[in-house]
Ligand binder design. Structure first.
Ligand code: ATP
Length: 297
């Protein structure tokens, strides 16, 4: 028994760590298969979405959530991301921003309220259909020790080289790859091609472009990229998000200026909401965060 317990317990630890960081989703899927913490309801059907994603509205309806019953992390959160629009979430570290993304991806089930995509409760449809309708560009992409092509094509297994190249071009990483010794056949990783934070993020963008899901989640990097790189990546993310239902977890307010709605979170509650101009006019928390960031820049 103990022999079984130790590896299982270890797996549980790894699972939680991976889940936590939202980084290597693919590895997590494999682990998810083993540990069915979140199960499909009996007879769950796939999420029904229009082919063009025109109905892919996301709604959080009075969502309350706790990782641990003793400590509620989200308190009655409600918001809507109309199909094709962007909602940005800002707020201090630990306020619950990434938790929103984890719940939308259904890493966990909510304790109260519900989350719907195109009007369907994500708890009632198959997990695989929810996940295939979502694309995530995480803070820190973990790449496989495999070729550049494999790493990009992971967004859509079976994609052709031409499609992989087109996605890499759109994510502005093609020239970098083409200059590597074996171009798209170059191995990535410890003993292969090493990529900077910005380059990894571009690979994640290319993957997501290939996947072309109707709903996107961007977890903006907290780690400092140089500002030219950062602006370029922001511009690329914005073009990827065009006409997609998008949730942006923003660490820099410059990213959120054009969002349809900005949610300011604190300690698991939405304390202010509105668009950039409205929030500046309200002269509250957002306005002071904005002033602070402007003066820092
Ligand atoms: P940051 O800007 O630093 O990424 P955040 O606003 O995204 O922060 P979350 O990651 O959503 O914050 O975390 C919200 C709260 O939930 C924090 O207090 C955190 O400690 C707690 N928390 C996060 N993951 C877990 C977990 N797996 N188990 C227990 N508590 C957790």
């Amino acid at each position: 028994m103990i022999q079984l317990y130790i590896p299982l317990n270890f797996l549980g630890v790894i699972y939680r760590e991976i889940k936590q960081s939202l980084t290597d989703l693919e590895k997590m899927f494999t682990l998810m298969e083993r540990e069915r913490e979140i199960a499909d309801v009996p007879g769950a059907q796939p999420l029904q979405l229009a082919a063009d994603g025109a109905d892919a509205t996301v709604r959080f309806e009075d969502v309350t959530f706790a990782y641990d019953p003793a400590r509620t992390i989200l308190h009655g959160i409600s918001f809507e991301i109309p199909a094709g629009k962007t909602v940005a979430v800002v707020g201090p570290s630990g306020s619950g921003k990434s938790t929103l993304a984890r719940l939308l991806f259904r890493f966990y089930d909510v304790q109260q309220g519900r989350i719907t995509v195109a009007g369907q409760d994500i708890k009632q449809v198959t997990q695989s259909s929810v996940r295939s309708s979502l694309g995530i560009v995480p803070q820190d992409t973990v790449l496989f020790n495999d070729t550049v092509e494999y790493n990009i094509a992971y967004g859509r297994p079976g994609a052709t080289r031409t499609e992989v190249e087109a996605a890499a071009k759109a994510a502005h990483i093609h020239a970098f790859i083409a200059a590597a010794p074996k171009a798209y056949d170059t191995m990535v990783g410890e003993r292969g091609l090493k990529l900077s934070g910005g380059e990894k993020q571009r690979v994640a963008i290319a993957r997501t472009l290939l996947k072309n899901p109707p709903v996107m989640i961007f977890d903006e990097a907290t780690s400092a990229l140089d500002s030219a790189n950062e602006r370029a990546i922001q511009a690329e993310l914005q073009s990827v998000a065009q006409n997609k239902t998008t949730l942006v977890i923003a660490h820099r307010l410059s990213t959120v200026v054009d969002a349809h709605e900005i949610l300011v979170m604190d300690a698991g509650r939405i304390i202010e909401r509105g668009n950039h101009a409205q929030l500046l006019a309200a002269n509250g928390r957002y306005a002071s965060m904005w002033a602070l960031q402007q003066s820092a820049e």
